[in-house]
Design a protein around this ligand. Structure first.
Ligand SMILES: *[C@@H]1O[C@H](CO)[C@@H](O)[C@H](O)[C@H]1NC(C)=O
Ligand SMILES: *[C@@H]1O[C@H](CO)[C@@H](O)[C@H](O)[C@H]1NC(C)=O
Ligand SMILES: *[C@@H]1O[C@H](CO)[C@@H](O)[C@H](O)[C@H]1NC(C)=O
Ligand SMILES: *[C@@H]1O[C@H](CO)[C@@H](O)[C@H](O)[C@H]1NC(C)=O
Ligand SMILES: *[C@@H]1O[C@H](CO)[C@@H](O)[C@H](O)[C@H]1NC(C)=O
Ligand SMILES: *[C@@H]1O[C@H](CO)[C@@H](O)[C@H](O)[C@H]1NC(C)=O
Ligand SMILES: *[C@@H]1O[C@H](CO)[C@@H](O)[C@H](O)[C@H]1NC(C)=O
Ligand SMILES: *[C@@H]1O[C@H](CO)[C@@H](O)[C@H](O)[C@H]1NC(C)=O
Ligand SMILES: *[C@@H]1O[C@H](CO)[C@@H](O)[C@H](O)[C@H]1NC(C)=O
Ligand SMILES: *[C@@H]1O[C@H](CO)[C@@H](O)[C@H](O)[C@H]1NC(C)=O
Ligand SMILES: *[C@@H]1O[C@H](CO)[C@@H](O)[C@H](O)[C@H]1NC(C)=O
Length: 605
């Protein structure tokens, strides 16, 4: 036992001894939990990881921020803390391995939430205090406790009492950490308590240099808890079965959103005042329509942070009510349209323009947008629609976990590219792991992928048309779709029900025939016109993004370096400013070599 501890401590003392890049390494699978989830704004699947030695299990959510965060056990035991239950799997910083390898001496001074990046801390409304530190993190490759990858002497932040707060005063103390997927900056430097400077490597660059993965990249689908879609994450690769469409590519980290719309895959529409079931052109900012919007995408924050007028435009068609205490929209669960919308193939459609100017839509079924506020934020579970209005001069728009339940996200730090594609619902192909090469600027989708609709067809049934008019009894679970790939979910229909369906079908057929007649006549007239106008709108977008210097580029969302802070009207970061340290931590696009020891040393004082 003593010898074991000795060998385990050794690498903590000699952090860089075995570093070696291996571009032929297989992608490293990171397993998510698939039976228990976390809140209090989810539910979300999380990654179980080990820190310190002997292993201490911790829970983490993946993030694009540079720092991984571990929660100090004291965060949930101190007075006034309000950790979401169960507050377990927290780090106790007392192990012999940690103390005997100078861990405590390397702990930095107290830093505010900005240690995690200004954008993240602002979006989350992060308050409280943490410290930079270094320790071992152990990855169980693919969740297999016999395949260990040690990330020794890793730079991380320990949260002593970081908390997330809401405008109405509710807040919770973080009891889930974050696993950094950022490969843009190699290391962090900070000032320790005794005044010296400590420097250590970030998670992804360290794993790469240790030869655990073939490139500084990852591919991820965070999946969803309700309905149950298991999450997938590979470092240095991706599972192609999670990629149903040609990925949209971003140069850097900013995607171009060109349209927001609603639609229904099959069956009747339960959208409020939207009998047709579809609408587009909901993308607006500051009260007026915009042709495009710059958005970042990341799994470290929960909501879809969009301009208020865009959230409002979507909400208009939903049985939701804006709640200023949470700055979110709460579902009106008494309205039967709520259940109809979240249990049938109603979806939010976000269209993006890739750097090669092709357009790709990512569809998010409303089944994934029925999320829940839970203790300690509310006393009773409260379903909410995860659109968080960002003010027009505030932080840029950001699509967080709510959106990523339906999207595949990948990033290659070595080519500074990011990829976004349609992810499947509960039914998807066999896993098919592919490597992301260090020079990759494109990713191949699954071969012969199923249609997005078909991956949901066994879970979400189209509404029969009677159930969508508000006079009925809302029994509308009979599918009106006959498409392929549709599994019959009912264990057994009674003879009466079958007879009912047959009669219903005959009547429906007659109605459909009439409708088609009417529709064909009507459509003949309008088709040509609408086709043309749609093409023209997209052409405008192409034009704007084809020429970066063009004066038509959207003015209000152009990234202004350092601009977020200067113009920041949003929530509380006041206290955080004063403790600002390690400036290179703030901006993932910044060149890592700019983080000189003296610079951060000076700033932290
Ligand atoms: C870690 O960071 C140092 C610089 O602080 C660098 O020299 C080293 O190569 C990095 N990589 C590893 C695996 O330690
Ligand atoms: C769910 O988790 C268990 C235990 O970690 C694992 O063995 C299993 O493969 C996972 N299921 C899926 C579908 O990934
Ligand atoms: C989710 O699905 C996975 C695999 O399909 C299964 O192992 C797991 O138990 C399910 N989790 C829940 C909470 O049903
Ligand atoms: C964790 O919390 C304890 C108790 O508040 C504190 O003494 C300690 O410094 C913290 N640990 C680290 C590594 O910051
Ligand atoms: C501070 O602590 C570090 C790490 O233990 C040590 O190397 C250094 O000598 C100390 N500096 C001072 C000024 O005590
Ligand atoms: C967090 O802890 C710091 C001291 O470590 C304390 O000054 C601060 O008031 C605490 N903040 C909250 C929100 O509890
Ligand atoms: C990406 O952006 C960088 C710097 O902004 C630029 O030099 C490069 O040419 C761009 N690449 C593509 C493919 O647009
Ligand atoms: C809405 O969905 C239907 C069914 O998938 C499709 O035929 C139609 O083109 C879609 N309409 C729009 C505006 O996207
Ligand atoms: C909404 O989601 C919760 C879990 O977050 C689930 O328990 C509930 O059944 C869902 N509501 C509907 C109508 O599907
Ligand atoms: C929003 O509208 C107001 C008043 O119309 C204007 O003063 C402000 O500059 C606009 N903001 C943006 C970001 O366009
Ligand atoms: C609606 O359901 C109730 C009982 O659940 C029943 O008494 C009533 O007759 C139904 N109404 C219609 C229009 O089907």
């Amino acid at each position: 036992m003593a010898a074991n501890i000795f060998f385990a401590v050794l690498p903590l003392l000699l952090p860089y001894a075995c570093a070696q890049i291996d571009q032929n390494a297989a992608p490293c699978p990171i397993a998510f939990e698939n039976t228990s989830s976390i809140g209090p704004d989810g539910p979300w699947w999380y990654i179980p990881l080990q820190v310190d030695f002997p292993d201490q299990r911790v829970k983490m959510l993946p993030t694009q921020s540079t720092m991984s965060i571990v929660i100090n056990a004291s965060a949930c035991s101190t007075q006034g803390s309000s950790c979401p239950p169960p507050a377990e799997d927290l780090w106790m910083p007392f192990s012999e391995a940690w103390t005997s390898s100078n861990g405590p001496d390397q702990v930095g001074m107290e830093v505010g939430g900005v240690a995690w990046g200004i954008v993240m801390s602002t979006l989350l409304g992060l308050e409280g205090s943490g410290q930079y530190f270094t320790d071992r993190m152990t990855i169980w490759r693919g969740g297999d406790s016999s395949q260990l990858n040690y990330l020794d002497h890793q730079a991380m932040v320990v949260s002593n009492n970081y908390s997330v707060s809401y405008p109405g005063g509710a807040s919770y103390t973080l009891d889930t950490g974050f696993f950094s997927l950022n490969g843009a900056s190699n290391h962090a430097s900070w000032t320790t308590a005794n005044g010296s400077t400590a420097t250590s490597n970030h998670t992804l660059p360290l794993a790469y240099e240790n030869g655990f993965m073939p490139s500084k990249s990852y591919g991820m689908h965070i999946g969803s808890v309700h309905p149950n879609v298991t999450a997938s994450l590979y470092l240095g690769g991706y599972d192609a079965s999670r990629v149903l469409s040609q990925p949209v590519v971003a140069n850097g980290t900013v995607f171009t959103l060109v349209d927001v719309g609603l639609n229904v895959t099959s069956g009747a529409s339960a959208f409020t005042n939207l009998g047709s079931g579809h609408v587009r052109g909901l993308l607006s900012s500051n009260g007026s329509n915009v042709a495009s919007l710059d958005v970042e995408v990341g799994s470290g924050v929960p909501y879809m942070y969009l301009p208020r007028s865009t959230c409002d435009a979507i909400a208009e068609y939903l049985p939701v009510q804006y709640d200023s205490d949470f700055d979110l929209y709460l579902w009106n669960t008494d309205d039967e349209a709520f259940e109809h919308i979240v249990t049938s193939p109603h979806y939010l459609k976000l269209t993006f323009a890739s750097i090669d100017q092709t357009l790709q839509a990512i569809n998010v079924p409303f089944a994934l947008l029925n999320l829940t506020l839970d203790t300690p934020l509310v006393s009773m579970q409260t379903p909410y629609f995860p659109c968080r209005p960002v003010d027009d001069l505030g932080p840029s728009a950001h699509l967080g976990r709510a959106f990523l339940q339906a999207a595949f996200l990948a990033q290659n730090a070595q080519t500074n590219t990011m990829f976004l594609a349609q992810a499947p619902g509960p039914e998807f192909l066999e896993e098919n792991v592919k490597t992301i090469d260090s020079d990759a600027t494109t990713l191949a989708p699954a071969t012969n992928p199923p249609s997005w609709e078909s991956t949901w067809s066994a879970t979400l049934r189209g509404l029969s048309s009677s159930s969508s008019d508000n006079s009925g009894n809302g029994s509308g679970s009979i599918s009106s779709q006959g498409g392929s790939g549709h599994k019959s979910g009912g264990g057994g229909l009674s003879g009466g029900a079958i007879a009912g369906i047959v009669v219903g079908a005959v009547v429906a057929l007659a109605l459909v025939a009439l409708l088609i007649l009417w529709f064909v006549r009507r459509r003949k007239k309008s088709w040509a016109a609408s086709q043309q106008s749609e093409q023209e709108e997209y052409k405008n977008v192409y034009a704007q993004y084809g020429s970066p210097g063009a004066t038509t580029a959207p003015p209000q969302y152009a990234p202004i370096p350092g601009g977020e802070l200067a113009t920041e009207p949003v929530r509380q970061i006041h206290e955080a400013d004063a403790t600002l340290s390690a400036p290179a931590e703030m901006d993932v696009r910044q060149d890592p070599t700019e983080l000189s020891a003296e610079e951060s040393h000076g700033q932290a004082k």
